[in-house]
Design a protein around this ligand. Structure first.
Ligand SMILES: Cc1ncc(COP(=O)(O)O)c(C=O)c1O
Length: 388
């Protein structure tokens, strides 16, 4: 018997990443520069804390809005690190920041209303918006603007139906950190057009070259207009703990909590408690990780610029480079395929992140330094022949 599936499944397109992962499974000598998660293990003290809480019997549900002691600890963190002044009632703990993104759109956007998304941008935004029968509208990003949002381009994409702007800084896939000036301009445009902003700050701690991460919610007049989404996944290498959170006006958080009752009910209890340990005692670990990412980033950018056909600006955040490959005069999809088959290196075509990613590849440096070196040598060996 053939089951009839809901039409909604069309929202999920087959991704190149899935295809490549299958090829990697059969070819263990392929080096993946596709990783979207830290290669570091979670900090030891955090793992120990999780073990301790599991042994003590913290194996039950938590309140849907999240454990009070974690929300209290986050109030302090948000004030100190993000200049966001809130109460525990303004925070909901979610299963990763991915769930916070879903709950934010559920809470703020009606069917047929429009949501603005950076393009190239994180792969999950479009399907989430379409799943909820809302309409994604894209803000094209350009290399000449360092992949920042250009205020004039943003203004042009706004219509009467635009409800929500999804902002991602530092950005996946470009590694761009939005400057204070850009954020201020975006804030003004949001106020003029009565837009809500969801600020996805999953990579907030992964910042280099003395650059500063600024939360748009900390700017004047933005407190009630912004839902800030953050995560323990990338900042503390805790992806598998599935702990993220959203920070917003109390009414928004109440509504998100209602929806959470119908989705995952609560984030993992032991993970929430271990997250408090991460906030309190893992800053040295985080510093070490950032130092190593920085070392890899510098090497990757330098090497890419030595390889024929590649030109790479230096990203200031996250753990991705986004080199321009237009000199190859083939699509990024085709080049990524060739690199996988001929150099045995997995990269992600820029078009996975939207049509304005054409002409670029995403390379992750959340992989050991030596492996990155070998991967880039292999790429160089292959593409040098192409230019002869
Ligand atoms: C920009 C961005 N936001 C959110 C997430 C979701 O992360 P998590 O659900 O683990 O917090 C990711 C994961 O790759 C991401 O790249």
């Amino acid at each position: 018997m053939k089951l009839n599936l809901a039409r909604r499944d069309k929202v999920i397109e087959k991704t190149k990443i899935e295809e490549s992962l299958k090829i990697i499974e059969q070819n263990p000598d392929i080096i993946s520069l596709g990783a979207g998660e830290p290669d570091f293990p979670a900090p030891k003290n955090v793992v120990k804390s999780a073990e301790k809480f599991l042994e003590k019997g913290y194996t039950h549900y938590s309140p849907p809005q999240g454990r009070h002691e974690l929300r209290e600890a986050l109030v302090k963190k948000l004030k100190k690190e993000n200049k966001i002044d809130v109460d525990p009632e303004n925070i909901i703990i979610t299963c990763g920041s991915k769930e916070a993104i879903l709950l934010s759109v559920l809470t703020t956007v009606n069917p047929k209303e429009e949501v603005l998304i950076q393009n190239p941008g994180y792969v999950a935004y479009r399907p989430i918006v379409e799943m909820l029968d809302a309409i994604p509208k894209y803000i094209p990003l350009r290399e000449e603007d360092k992949f920042e949002i250009h205020p004039e381009i943003l203004k042009k994409t706004i219509t009467k139906k635009t409800k929500l702007l999804i902002l991602n800084t530092p950005s996946n896939p470009t590694g761009t950190v939005l400057s204070k000036k850009t954020l201020e301009e975006i804030a003004d445009i949001a106020i003029q057009n009565n837009l809500t902003i969801m600020a996805d700050e999953a990579y907030e701690k992964l910042i280099y070259d003395n650059e500063k991460h600024i939360s748009i919610a900390s700017l004047n007049g933005m407190e009630d207009r912004v839902i800030t989404v953050q995560s323990f996944s990338k900042s503390y290498a805790m992806c598998g703990f599935r702990i993220g959170y959203a920070v917003a006006n109390e009414r928004v958080i109440k509504e998100m909590t209602e929806f959470k009752l119908c989705t995952t009910l609560a984030a993992p209890t032991f993970g929430q408690l271990a997250a408090i340990e991460a906030l309190k005692h893992s800053s040295d670990y985080v510093k070490k990780m950032i130092k190593e990412y920085d070392r890899r980033r510098n090497m990757m950018v330098m090497r890419l610029n030595e390889i024929p056909g590649f030109s790479c600006t230096t990203p200031k955040g996250a753990f991705y480079t986004f080199p321009n490959i237009k000199e190859f005069k083939i699509s990024s999809d085709k080049l990524s395929d060739l690199l996988l088959k001929k150099s045995k290196v997995m990269t992600i075509p820029g078009t996975e992140f939207g049509k304005y990613g054409e002409g670029y590849l995403r390379l992750s440096y959340a992989t050991a330094y030596k492996k990155i070196e070998t991967a880039l040598n292999r790429i160089e060996g292959y593409v040098t022949k192409l230019f002869k």
